[in-house]
Structure formats: structure tokens, C-alpha cells
Design a protein around this ligand. Structure first.
Ligand code: GAP
Length: 489
């Protein structure tokens, strides 16, 4: 395999060449931190979302719950608006605290995150760190809120200010009462959402890894306070295993518990699922997902107002006149437990994953280079995306060996039949070797070729992407053959 940086360049180039990911607004020179997904990328992304929804929402209780905990428990979906009442972000703490420290260079106008100065590069040549050129003139660190601001209605004034959500989570908290009242769920239960989030990142980088617009897959899992530690461990381990089940190797993944200094303002325990992305230096890992024990922070904030930590306690932050700095909704978000006849505010465990980061990790893991023999047995280099069959954008491609002797007609009939169940490609252009290589780069697990023998005995060849081994399979058994192999992994 190529060196790490060279490898990342090759992955970015493959993503462009095959139509997975393009820079947004590319014909105008692109726009930093925004990306578009092309025809294959959109299918891959859809498969990641669907795998998550199927495994976490529809078949969420296929796993063993912590000892003594109920099974099945309830898990329901929700889809909430991107722009929410501005008070949501004030009570949640995002308005005051969702910020990075940034440093500007007065000379070259570059902007850096203060906590990443030593890992950043000044744009001037030769390449040096910010502050190391004689002309560098850095400002003191300044606070910069990451929420994108917008205005509701015709007037651009402070009264009409609103924000694009920086996380989907708050939509679940603000709908806690609605879900309780309408779904007849009982603790413990989860509310799941997939949707876009926006963060005005100071230094978007590493391809789609840190973008300004991205998608999240989040669960807010509500439980009894005494049981929350068990559920935290359950979700932490379960989410780690999910990535392994879809092909990420355990050697490149790790679960890392946050130190107390690292915890977000709401969290009393967090673990990250991290992946050794190829753009990171050897031995470093990047966050794929955070699993946070958020206690009762969010429901309490939306009841009482923005909370601050005073020692061990969370208290409502007040102004000098004693009024809450950012009042909550004043609505009762507590839960009455019919079993224990107690009323309390549930605790929350939050597994929060990024769709785009997952897609990027799956592509990085799947990228491989090898050599396979051509028609004359001469080894030819190839690039192949060894994506898990559940994630592969196209599940199979059908080729007529040549464009005559009834082969196109038979191939099209097979293509139409398979298309009823899967996303399938038909390709009759170029040599068979080139067609295989195109599908290898797209991550298609199986290529089906109709050849001279097909007309005689009703069989086709099925080539496996990873081993390149070919088997003859009767056409009437193709659906069963593919189903077994696509779902076996
Ligand atoms: N509700 C909790 C929350 O939003 P987070 O750790 O800030 O937690 C969760 O974000 C996940 O969202 C991250 O693990 C990552 O996968 C994804 N994510 C966050 N910021 C991102 C960005 N700028 N670009 C792409 N993905 C991002």
C-alpha cells in the first residue's frame, strides 16, 4: 500500500473519479467545508443510514440488554426541524459555550484554532507553523461561536436571529413530552434521528472529516438514573461492535474514555469510537462517534434554564438580579414511574455518530491495491473498494461478453430481474477486463457475465470482487445465490 499521505490523495482522487464525493460548487472553485455526494456516494451514504436505522431502530433489541434490564425496550424515530426556537440553544448551553478559540494572523489573514496551533501550517512558504515566520503577527485567542446564524422573516435584527442546529439531539429533548404522550413508551426507551447539522468550523479539513455541513445519526436513550451506568456501557460497547460488523478492522478502531477535563459541558462520562484515518500521523486516531452519559442535564435545562456546574452540582445560571440567564421552557419534562410510583427526570445516554465520517472510514478501510492476472495471465494492478456488501452502492453488475448472439438480451433480462431486489448495473462497453476493473473501483461485490455457454446450459459466470474467483451459476438460482452471499457477511 502507498504511504499514508499518498494513500489519502489516492482515496480522494478515487472518490472524485468514480462519483462518490465532489467539492461543493466546484465549477465556482469550491467552498471550504462543504461537499457533494455523487451517484455512487449517495447510494453508499444511504446504505450507511439504512444499516444504522435497521440495526439501531427497527432491530434495536436483537442484542442482549444489560443484566436485569428489560428486553424488548422501545426505540422510536423522529425527524425535527433544522431551525429551532433560539431559546433552545440558550437553555442548552450552545449559545454561550459552543465555541472554539481562534487566532488570526494580521499579516497573511489566515485563521487558526488556538488549540491546534502546533499542528497547523502557516500558508506562507517555506512551510512553517503559525508564528514562526518573521512576518507572522498573531492576535490573542478570541472566542468564536460555531453556530451558523440566520434570520427568520424579512427583518435582519436581533429579534429575528435564529441558528442552524449544530446537533440533532435537541430536537429529541424538546419532543420528549410529545413522544411520551403519543407513543405510550415506558422507560427505558430511545428516540432516534438522522439529519443534517451545521457548524461554522474554523478550520474544516481532512476531506469530509471536518465539514461545515454534515449529517448525524443520534439516539437519546432515556433511562432510570440508577440504571444509567449499565446502559452507558451497553451503548458504548454496542456502537463499537456496529462498526466492526460493517467491516472496520478492530486494529484500526479503538474505544477511548474521555478524561474529566475533556468532557463536554453537559457530559458526566463520554467514550469515543475512534478510527485510525490515513490522513492522521501514525498512531493517532480520529473521532467517529461519541457515546455520552448526559445525566439529566438536557431535560432539566429545557425545564429550568441554562445550567452551570458548581462543584458536584448543576445549578441554573442566574444574572445579578437572580433571574435565570437563559430561562428554560418552564414545561414539566419529568417522568412518572408507574412501577415505583416515583416522579423523576430521566437520565440520558447519547450515542452520536457522523454519517459522513462513517462513510469516509468505510471508504478508507475498503481501499486496496493489488494485482490480478489479465486474460493472458499477466498480473495487472488494480484498485478495489472492498466495501461490506450491505454498504456497497451497487450489489451486482451484469455484462454480456459480446454485443451479439443473444447475449445482450439475456443479460438485460437478468439485469431487470435482479433490479427488482437490488441496485444493479448493466454494462456492455469496453473489454471485459475493463468492465471488471470499473466495478472493482466502485466496490461492486459481484459481476455476472453472460457468455457463449449461457445459451447452451443456462449458466452465467459470477465473479467475486475480492477473490476474483469465478463460479458458474444457473440463471434460475442467481437470486438465491446472491441473497446468500450478500447477507452472509
Ligand atoms: N449531540 C452530541 C454531538 O453532537 P459531537 O461529538 O459534537 O456530539 C457527534 O458530534 C458526531 O458528529 C462526531 O462523532 C462526528 O462523527 C460528527 N461530527 C461532528 N462534527 C463534525 C464535523 N464538523 N464534520 C463532520 N462530522 C462531524
Amino acid at each position: 500500500m502507498p504511504e499514508k499521505n499518498e494513500l489519502m490523495e489516492k482515496i480522494v482522487s478515487l472518490c472524485k473519479r468514480r462519483g462518490f464525493i465532489f467539492p461543493s460548487s466546484e465549477i465556482y472553485g469550491g467552498i471550504g467545508g462543504f461537499w457533494d455526494y455523487g451517484p455512487l456516494g449517495v447510494e453508499l451514504k444511504r446504505n450507511v443510514r439504512e444499516a444504522w436505522w435497521e440495526d439501531m431502530v427497527l432491530r434495536h433489541d436483537d442484542t442482549t440488554p444489560p443484566p436485569g434490564m428489560p428486553s424488548p425496550y422501545a426505540m422510536v424515530g423522529i425527524e425535527t426541524s433544522i431551525v429551532m426556537h433560539p431559546q433552545v440553544w440558550k437553555a442548552s448551553g450552545h449559545y454561550d459555550l459552543f465555541q472554539d478559540l481562534l487566532v488570526d494572523c494580521r499579516h497573511c489573514k489566515a485563521r487558526f484554532r488556538a488549540d491546534q496551533l502546533t499542528a497547523s501550517q502557516c500558508p506562507l512558504k517555506p512551510s512553517k507553523r503559525p508564528g514562526e515566520h518573521a512576518t507572522c503577527d498573531l492576535t490573542e485567542p478570541r472566542e468564536f461561536n460555531l453556530m451558523f446564524k440566520t434570520y427568520i422573516g424579512a427583518l435582519v435584527d436581533p429579534e429575528s436571529e435564529a441558528y442552524l442546529r449544530p446537533e440533532t439531539a435537541q430536537g429529541m429533548f424538546t419532543n420528549f413530552r410529545n413522544v411520551l404522550a403519543t407513543s405510550r413508551v415506558k422507560l427505558p426507551f430511545g428516540i432516534a434521528q438522522i439529519g443534517r447539522s451545521f457548524r461554522n468550523e474554523i478550520t474544516p479539513r481532512y476531506f469530509t472529516y471536518r465539514s461545515r455541513e454534515f449529517e448525524q445519526m443520534e439516539i437519546e436513550f432515556f433511562c432510570r438514573p440508577a440504571e444509567s451506568r449499565l446502559w452507558y456501557e451497553y451503548w458504548r460497547d454496542r456502537r463499537f461492535r456496529w462498526y466492526v460488523s460493517l467491516g472496520l478492522s478492530e486494529e484500526r478502531l479503538r474505544l477511548r474514555e474521555h478524561s474529566p477535563e475533556e468532557l463536554s459541558h453537559y457530559s458526566c462520562g463520554t467514550a469515543d469510537v475512534e478510527y485510525a484515518f490515513p490522513f492522521l500521523p501514525e498512531g493517532e486516531f480520529g473521532e467517529l462517534e461519541g457515546i455520552a452519559h448526559r445525566g439529566d442535564f438536557d431535560l432539566r435545562s429545557h425545564m429550568e434554564g441554562k445550567l452551570v456546574r458548581r462543584g458536584e452540582e448543576l445549578v441554573v445560571e442566574t444574572e445579578s438580579d437572580g433571574k435565570p440567564r437563559h430561562p428554560g421552557s418552564g414545561k414539566d419534562l419529568s417522568y412518572f414511574d408507574e412501577e415505583t410510583r416515583e416522579r423523576f427526570i430521566p437520565h440520558v445516554i447519547e450515542p452520536s455518530a457522523g454519517v459522513d465520517r462513517s462513510v469516509l472510514a468505510f471508504i478508507c478501510e475498503a481501499y486496496a491495491e493489488d494485482a490480478i492476472p489479465d486474460e493472458n495471465g499477466v498480473p495487472q494492478p488494480r484498485v478495489v473498494l472492498k466495501l461490506h456488501p450491505r454498504l456497497a452502492p451497487v450489489k451486482a453488475a451484469v455484462f454480456p461478453l459480446i454485443r451479439r448472439d443473444g447475449m445482450p438480451e439475456t443479460s438485460l433480462a437478468i439485469y431487470r430481474e435482479l433490479k427488482r431486489t437490488w441496485n444493479v448495473d448493466y454494462d456492455d462497453k469496453g473489454s471485459i477486463g475493463r468492465r471488471y476493473r470499473r466495478q472493482d473501483e466502485s466496490g461492486t461485490p459481484f459481476c455476472i457475465t453472460v457468455d457463449g455457454q449461457t445459451q447452451e446450459d443456462g449458466t452465467v459466470t459470477v465473479r467475486d470482487r475480492d477473490t476474483t474467483v469465478q463460479e458458474r451459476v444457473p440463471i434460475r438460482e442467481l437470486v438465491v445465490y446472491l441473497r446468500e452471499r450478500l447477507t452472509a457477511a
